[in-house]
Design a binder for this molecule. Structure first.
Ligand code: AMP
Length: 468
């Protein structure tokens, strides 16, 4: 253990990386809004029993991956390993079932699983997801699948594969489990050690084992589809038909069961081709018994969860991540401490007008401030020197070609608006009359505010620059 290293499986998101996260989060929120989902923020930790019940005792997450501890009050607490159980708990606690027939909720935030860290797998990772609770129709399944698909498409991903299956209802699954167990028991000696243990506890989980020997045995097992009851078959056919009406391609994956116990009928994953072993962008499905299992009424539900890290890596690998910059529009360079007040006031005015402005340290030399301005990536440096200020002028230095010229303070607003577009806020630059007037508005506002700066009484005597 060391003080200067983040715990295994965790990492810091630094300011330059955070821009991509913010961009992705903004897109996620916009698409969720389009589909009518509202954000829910649940606690990072819950009572351990919620996850044991809600995820299932025989799942990998509950068996070996949860961060569980006893708090000072003697309660067993667990850092949330996924979002659905918490959302369902909140749905029941706030009696959302009594407010509207359907609740459409989304979440976005960190999750915790003590997994073996590897490429694309972390111990603190981030998920976003939706839960559509209260609608048992296949339209709800199709809408949730489409929502995830449309979001990835909007982000620029094209090689998407929707893998789709039905795990039936507890009734038809029971029969399939019986067939599966008896066939696999006959070949138990050839199964991997994990599957041998799972055989009695959760035989369905064997279906997605990646071990080659297990795969060989499983290829002889009939698909679950052969055992679906009439209602489950009909539901699945309708989900598929709905996806076809909107021309979304899918692949039937008879082996897809997903790790969690609560799935009912539809399960799906969306993959991006060639992302290596960890290539599922999201996974989800229907969970009609879960609300009841967690202590609520018998209300159906369907949802998905997607990994933010996974989506960002995919976008990067595909060259679809936009270039982000938080470089300032303007870098103000006061020469001398006395002029720092002028620069400070000017910076405030410009920031209020939507410009990203960095303020140099008036105690430093021109050379040193220019160096910092260059490093910051600013488009324009505004040098406020003693001589210039006495003549009510400043010097503009364009950072790309180094050209500079003196500008009268009275013309500052017009010149700045001409050279630099504000990065933040609603002002738009363009040729249309609407845009034109917003440019004029901006000049107007800046001019009024700058008049105040212009009248700043700065004692210019002793305006020395200490480093020069
Ligand atoms: P799950 O909740 O296991 O169905 O996972 C849903 C999605 O969350 C996956 O497709 C991944 O994108 C992401 N995910 C799950 N576990 C991890 C992890 N340990 N590290 C990073 N992303 C993860």
């Amino acid at each position: 253990m060391t003080l200067t290293t983040a715990p295994r499986g965790t990492y810091d998101i630094m300011p330059n990386q955070a821009l991509a996260w913010q961009w992705l989060e903004k897109n996620i929120r916009e698409v969720f809004l389009l589909y009518g989902y509202g954000e829910i923020r649940t606690p990072i930790f819950e009572h351990t029993e919620l996850f044991q019940r809600g995820i299932g005792e025989t799942t990998d997450i509950v068996e070996k991956e949860m961060y569980t501890f006893t708090d000072k009050g003697g309660r067993s607490i667990t850092l949330r390993p996924e979002g659905t159980a918490s959302v369902v708990r909140a749905y029941i606690e706030h009696k959302l079932y009594g407010q509207a027939p359907v609740a459409k909720l989304y979440y976005l935030g960190p999750m915790f699983r003590q997994e073996r860290p590897q490429a694309g797998r972390f111990r603190q990772f981030h998920q976003f997801g939706v839960e559509l609770i209260g609608d048992e129709s296949p339209v709800a399944d199709a809408e949730v699948i489409l929502l995830a698909h449309d979001l990835y498409r909007r982000l620029g991903l094209t090689d998407l594969e929707i893998h789709l299956n039905s795990v039936g209802c507890p009734h038809c699954r029971q029969e399939y489990k019986r067939v599966l167990t008896s066939m696999l028991k006959a070949a138990a000696g050839e199964l991997c050690p994990t599957c041998r243990v799972r055989l009695d506890r959760n035989p369905l989980r064997l279906l997605d084992c990646k071990n080659a020997a297990c795969q060989g045995i499983l290829s002889r097992v009939p698909p679950i589809q052969n055992y679906l009851c009439t209602d489950c078959r009909h539901h699945f056919d309708q989900v598929v038909a709905l996806l076809e009406t909107v021309n979304v391609k899918y692949e039937l994956s008879p082996r897809l069961v997903r790790g969690l116990d609560y799935y009912f009928r539809t399960v799906f994953e969306i993959l991006n081709k060639d992302l290596g072993a960890q290539n599922a962008l999201c996974g989800g499905g229907r969970y009609d018994g879960l609300v009841e299992e967690c202590g609520g009424p018998a209300v159906p539900g369907v949802g998905f969860a997607s990994g933010i890290e996974r989506v960002l890596t995919t976008l990067e690998q595909r060259g679809k991540l936009p270039e982000f910059s938080n470089s300032p529009n303007l870098y103000l360079i006061p020469l001398g401490e006395q002029l720092s007040a002028v620069a400070f006031s000017l910076a405030t005015t410009l920031r209020r007008a939507g410009y990203i402005v960095e303020l140099g340290n008036g105690r430093k030399s021109l050379k040193s401030q220019l160096k910092t301005a260059h490093k910051s990536g600013a488009a324009l440096a505004v040098i406020i020197g003693e001589d210039e200020w006495q003549a009510r002028e400043v010097t503009f230095k364009k950072m790309d070609d180094g050209s500079q010229k003196r500008i009268a303070v009275a013309d500052l607003a017009t010149e700045i608006v001409k050279l630099v577009h504000p990065s933040v806020g609603t002002s738009k630059m363009g040729k249309g009359s609407q845009e034109r007037s917003s440019v004029d508005d901006l000049i107007d506002t800046l001019q009024k505010e700058l008049a105040m700066v212009n009248h700043l009484v700065v004692p210019l005597t002793n305006c020395t620059n200490k480093e020069e």
